[in-house]
Design a protein around this ligand. Structure first.
Ligand SMILES: [Zn+2]
Length: 475
């Protein structure tokens, strides 16, 4: 039997790395800070991509692709943008055996190069809105990296849109945040708080940044997606302008929004357990593993029936693995399928076959049922639906149990590691910095739309606060 995982109790970070490595989701590479996404991990990304891509298209966006390299001068055109990204840039200075006249930056995000094209493609209000998305890799040089959660190179999608008015850009920013919220909650079964980021936590170059924030099992926050209203900042820098309905020239109003392979880290940290990966059925790579039990002559009829059941399950759209490897014991196979996050296990042996039944076991709560073979398809579907709902409910209850109102700096310090802290804050960056320093790392997450805003006084300085903000330690 393979070596057991490090339990969460003993060390959450060690457990996380263990799940990623042993479930073969990703591995360290020889390039510092860059990971290799292995087939088990890439299958999750493909499933996420498929759902998100459909949601983007349903909201009117089309995919395009822009170069990996960006002329360095482009980044300097938007002052806040270059200042924000400068420390994380990787720069290409030589190519084709020669020093380049102008170095290229490897994209950390693509607002600048995309704007250089928008400024050519957009002339009139008739060209608007322009709604693009790009699936790509980006590089941000990180000092400390963690598999999936923070890597130097990562995969993501970046949406970039142009609009006639500020109002339309704001509506788009919020619409895409809502797409992310829906994806996180309905597919990842990961409850999130959608809301606005503070000034100091916003995207470099944006007017306003909104985020979805999830609580992981160690009570830390994970910023799972962001949507930015860019105003006219990049449009001015690149002169992305159009002739309006009034015959005058105007700069376009823009948005950008993105989620990345970090979501896979979020998925693991929300649902997985000491036996390994737990994946919500809507994103799972394998829904059912049928473990064929029996030796010698008994095996043939069992395998035959297992394949017939698998075919029936596949017809309903499920991904099914028939595990007929007779070199491994059933116990070893159960362990493997639990480790890699198969949602349901079906055990089928000669005795089951004689009684025309099979055993189904759910990955998350290990609920075990014996069902007639002709009811397996209906039962499997019901168990998967129940699992999807139960993972979300459990994660939401966990967040509720670890969310507290705090009313003083003392309470904030005492509860620094307890979860989401709802506190009054005057919106000054100085008070935000004070909290971070005095609590060794608690930061503002966002001002959630769903949290009724009542005025109060800042927990740091006592000045008026417009309402409670979510504070937490974060990934
Ligand atoms: Zn204050």
């Amino acid at each position: 039997m393979a070596e057991k995982l490090a339990p969460r109790e003993k060390g959450f970070s060690e457990w996380y790395v263990d799940v990623v490595l042993k479930a073969k989701l990703a591995d360290y590479s020889d390039v510092k800070g860059c990971m290799v996404i292995r087939p088990n991990g890439y299958a999750l990304w493909e499933n996420m991509q498929r759902v998100l891509d459909r949601m983007f298209k349903e909201t009117g966006h089309r995919n395009a692709y822009f170069p990996l390299l960006i002329p360095e001068s482009f980044l300097r055109k938007e002052a806040e943008h270059v200042e924000g990204f400068a420390p994380q840039l990787a720069v290409v200075t030589h190519a084709g055996g020669k020093k380049l006249e102008e170095p290229y930056v490897i994209r950390p995000t693509s607002e600048t190069i995309i704007n250089s094209m928008f400024s050519r493609w957009i002339q009139s209000y008739r060209d608007l809105p322009m709604l693009l998305n790009q699936w790509a890799n980006v590089i941000r040089w990180e000092m400390r990296t963690r598999l999936f959660l923070r890597t130097t190179e990562f995969l993501w999608q970046e949406g970039h849109t142009c609009h006639e008015t500020d109002g339309e850009a704001e509506a788009e920013t919020l619409r895409m945040l809502e797409v992310y919220r829906t994806f996180a909650e309905d597919y990842m079964a990961m409850p999130v708080l959608a809301g606005r980021k503070s000034e100091s936590e916003k995207f470099a170059g944006a007017v306003r940044t909104y985020s979805i924030e999830a609580m992981m099992q160690d009570k830390k926050a994970l910023q799972a997606g962001t949507s930015h209203n860019l105003g006219q900042n990049f449009a001015r820098a690149f002169n992305t302008a159009f002739q309006g309905r009034d015959g005058q020239q105007h700069h376009v109003w823009q948005t950008s929004w993105g989620v990345s392979t970090r979501l896979i880290g979020g998925l693991i940290l929300t649902h997985s357990d000491d036996a390994g990966l737990v994946v919500p059925p809507k994103l799972a790579a394998t829904h059912v593993a049928i473990v064929v039990i029996g030796k010698g002559e008994e095996r043939g009829p069992v395998l035959e029936r297992a394949q017939a059941v698998a075919a029936d399950l596949r017809r309903t759209g499920l991904s099914v693995l028939v595990d007929d490897d007779d070199t491994k014991s059933p116990g070893f196979k159960y362990y493997e399928h639990e480790l890699t996050g198969v949602c349901l296990r079906m055990e089928l042996g000669p005795k089951d076959l004689a009684k025309d039944q099979a055993v189904l076991v759910r990955r998350d709560d290990r609920a075990k049922v014996t069902v007639p073979l002709d009811a397996v398809v209906t039962q499997a579907q019901a168990m998967l639906d129940a699992m999807q709902a139960s993972l979300f409910a459990r994660a939401k209850q966990f967040r509720t149990d670890h969310t507290f109102e705090v009313n003083s700096m003392e309470e904030m310090k005492a509860r620094a590691d307890d979860g989401f802290l709802l506190a009054h804050w005057c919106e000054s960056p100085a008070c935000e910095a004070q909290v971070k320093e005095q609590t060794s790392g608690v930061t503002t997450r966002n001002r959630p739309f769903d949290l009724p805003q009542k005025p109060g006084t800042c927990v740091v300085c006592g000045q008026p606060s417009p309402g409670r903000m979510v504070f937490s330690k974060a990934y």
